[in-house]
Design a binder for this molecule. Structure first.
Ligand SMILES: [Zn+2]
Length: 492
């Protein structure tokens, strides 16, 4: 800023908040630099063929304004084979359905035995159930990407590579030189510590910052406005309002302005297709835009870390702390929380049913969908499991599951809590817990403290190995064995 003109106005330093006009997009798509993120290329494997071709046509339409950071190519090649293993989760879905068939049959069979249904009738109904699942599983299997495994081992047969090769000829950056690269790694670490965008969401993985550093340099070299295209919804890139991506984070726009003297814009791939269709007059089918939208939404089951955080805060705010804790603990334990833990969390009496436990969760999810915080297709956060445990009557809840795709999002929030010191136990609360646990005959004191694999403190009985940890609001302690007395306590 010039010293004799220190006054500034509404948008100075706040450019990123200004709504992007059609004229801006026209300028950008005809004379800016278009910079796709890794997921734009990886998702090509998840689209159908015609969508893929439409996106190729758009990328081709940009000509030499298309520019790809070297780091994006590094990540593309590194992750390509993983995506190819099961690009549309077909195998995974079929396997899950097969699991549900087993559950359904076992639930039905134990009920049938309890009421003494005649054997012939049991077999009859079981066959119907089994058949229905088989038809659906076969239907899912028909969509299997049988070609995909071939592409992985033979790049010559891969239609994505065949389409990309001519488009990317001469469009990939040289990458940072050795010194700049070292500096960038240092800077990435600093930003992760200070929570400065981009890249602080992937602590220990400097990829996002490397992409950013390369893009800044290229923008300065060519003096061009930059449009970053990414299907990623991470909050360290986007300015999010009510779960919607409005544009780049103001810090990033400001850094682009001060480093390169140019402007920064961001778009999701489906929006890029819409704008390109209007401005470049490239043929793009509506179905392609929808296909891309579907794939974007399906990522993380429709949830972002921010939306999950908002969701958990809402549960706490409404007083559903047992539900909030159950979700967190399930995620930290790899996705499942046992019924015993849920009883401890809620302080429920033994004869209480867990039916209705997920009711507030489902209600808030419906609201989030209606308000557009998550898409209509967003999956449920906590799913009731009906057990086949030997000591549990069929049809009873054995526990609750957080879907696989949501586990890393919740763990990410957990890391935040940990760095903010929220997980260090309150000494008074710990003293009460230790006393109660000892009251059950367990041999435990403060020094029996351990750290579980997620860095959470727990205390373990030296005799029987039962452990407890502190959770929930109030003075609650939680043990996977419930409030069971020590199995190895000496009779006194
Ligand atoms: Zn014990």
């Amino acid at each position: 800023m010039v010293a004799d003109d220190a006054q500034s106005g509404l948008y100075d330093g706040f450019e990123a908040y200004r709504t992007v006009t059609d004229a801006d997009y026209r300028n950008l798509l005809t004379s800016g630099a278009i910079v796709p993120d890794t997921n734009v290329f990886l998702n090509l494997y998840r689209y159908n063929e015609r969508t893929r071709n439409d996106l190729f046509a758009v990328l081709r339409g940009f000509g030499d304004r298309l520019w790809v950071p070297r780091q994006v190519m590094i990540e593309f090649w590194r992750n390509r084979e993983t995506v190819l293993l099961d690009p549309r989760d077909t195998d995974k879905t079929a396997k899950q359905m097969a699991g549900h068939r087993e559950d359904a049959i076992s639930t039905f069979r134990s009920w049938a035995n309890r009421v003494g249904l005649p054997g012939r009738r049991i077999n009859e109904l079981e066959a119907v159930l089994s058949k229905a699942f088989s038809v659906v599983i076969d239907g899912v299997g028909e969509l299997a990407d049988s070609d995909a495994s071939q592409f992985a081992s033979d790049t010559g047969k891969d239609p994505v590579l065949a389409g990309l090769e001519p488009i990317l000829k001469g469009r990939v950056g040289q990458g940072l030189d050795e010194d700049a690269y070292k500096q960038a790694l240092e800077e990435a670490k600093r930003r992760a510590e200070r929570k400065r965008p981009p890249g602080y969401k992937d602590v220990g993985r400097p990829g996002d910052y490397l992409i950013w550093a390369e893009t800044l340099r290229e923008a300065k070299l060519r003096g061009l406005d930059v449009l970053i295209v990414t299907g990623d919804v991470k909050e360290d890139w986007w300015r999010q309002e009510h779960g919607q991506q409005r544009g780049p984070r103001p810090e990033l726009a400001e850094e682009m302005r001060s480093f390169a003297g140019t402007r920064l814009f961001m778009l999701r791939p489906e929006s890029l297709l819409r704008h390109a269709r209007d401005i470049l007059r490239v043929e793009v089918r509506d179905e392609s835009v929808q296909d891309i939208e579907r794939v974007s939404e399906a990522e993380n089951g429709g949830w972002t870390t921010e939306a999950v955080g908002q969701f958990l805060a809402r549960l706490t705010h409404e007083g559903w702390t047992a539900q909030e804790q159950a979700i967190r603990i399930a995620a930290l334990r790899g996705g499942f929380v046992e019924r015993e833990i849920v009883y401890s969390l809620g302080g429920y009496a033994e004869d209480r049913s867990l039916r209705g436990f997920t009711r507030p969760i489902n209600r808030i999810t419906r609201e989030f969908r209606a308000q557009g915080i998550v898409p209509e297709s967003a999956i449920d956060i906590l799913v009731t499991e009906y057990g086949t445990k030997p000591d549990l009557p069929a049809g009873w809840t054995s526990g609750f599951t957080v879907p696989d795709v949501l586990v890393p999002l919740i763990r990410e929030l957990h890391r935040d809590w940990r760095t903010r010191g929220l997980l260090e136990p309150d000494p008074d609360r710990l003293a009460i817990a230790l006393e109660e646990f000892r009251g059950l005959g367990h041999d435990v004191d403060e020094t029996a403290r351990e750290t579980d694999e997620y860095g959470r403190p727990q205390w373990r009985c030296r005799r029987c190995g039962s452990e407890f940890f502190l959770a929930g609001s109030g003075d609650r302690w939680v043990s996977p064995t419930g409030q069971a007395p020590c199995s190895r306590a000496e009779a006194s």
